[in-house]
Design a protein around this ligand. Sequence first.
Ligand SMILES: Cc1ncc(COP(=O)(O)O)c(C=O)c1O
Length: 397
Amino acid sequence: MKSIKKVLYPLTADSWSNEELNSINKVIKSNRFTMGPEVNKFEEAFSKHFKTKYSVMVNSGSSANLLMIASLFYLNKNKLKPGDEIIVPAVSWGTTYFPISQYGLKAVFVDISLNTLNIDENLVEKAITKKTKAIFVVNLLGNPVNFKKINQLANKYNLIVLEDNCESLGAMYKNKYTGTFGLMGSFSFFFSHHIQTIEGGMICTNNKNLYEIMISLRAHGWLRDLPKKNSILSKSGNSFKDSFKFVLPGYNLRPSEINGSIGLVQLKKVKSFLKQREKNAKIFKSLFDNLPYCSIQKENYKSSWFGFAIILKGKLANKRDKLIKILNEKKIETRPIVAGNFLINPVIKFINHRKSSSMKNANYIHKNGFFVGNDHRILKREILLLSKVMNEFAKNV
Ligand SMILES: Cc1ncc(COP(=O)(O)O)c(C=O)c1O
């Protein structure tokens, strides 16, 4: 019989209990599966929780990023146009970058800080040209960007700030939730994330025009879901005509009622999930901070600790592949730091971009970085196992 590998320290874990299953059953009994009241309720609860005016739920974090970029092309004032430049960090997920290029914009890559693993705010100013329209920051692995510096630059050069907050639900910078600093911020509710709705994503904004544009773009670009008086096109009042009128070149990015109903349940639990993630982080920091052979991600204000990043140095520099093999044998799951230096990924040949700095740090984490999981459960035993295996490896290497 084929042996089944039992993972001792997994990258992620299921955070559902009977309540989520009950919410799915409620949707099944209601016989309303397509986007409707459950999604609406979740959006309202999300806005209230994260203190934002508007929330738009979509079927993934990737769709949320796509909708943010797309919506900027239909603003009433100061629309984006092809050829405009958007500043991005060199380390993030593919779908942070793809919509930028797909809309004819140029992604301008800036190196990361080896401490926070976020965009190096000190390198951003050098990347700004007359064509720059936005800084698209990514709060990586739960860690907030330095919004004071980013906002100062955005104000000085009249730039939009966008946030990919897909890895950082619940993180805070100076008592304000990340994902609510930019003109828009995106969230993901995929399995490995802080809340899990099977698939799902959200965009938060305080801008009514953008909100209405996204409501239309999310569902075919039609007028139907907008109020009678709105910033795109007022309805005639004749629902036969209004319901089938297309006003923007949209998509179908709608979530289902099942995703919305699970979101409502998970949102009620998020505080306790985050508390446990933070407790695990304390254990992780106590064992891994200040070691001679590695550094860890330095928390900027309040991280929501998506996972625990480790960057090998000293005698373990350039020994990552050997270590990953051993961790794998010891049943500890690992991942690269998101996608490493994104500029090294083969897909980059299809992305309209330029580099604005050396990618020294992104290259370093590409070769020497990895991360292990964090979730809503007590992970003391798992983190201690990791520490033991790594200490032994460092002793014998
Ligand atoms: C930074 C970042 N942005 C966007 C996404 C996309 O989210 P989703 O998987 O929900 O499409 C991810 C996925 O993990 C991510 O890490």
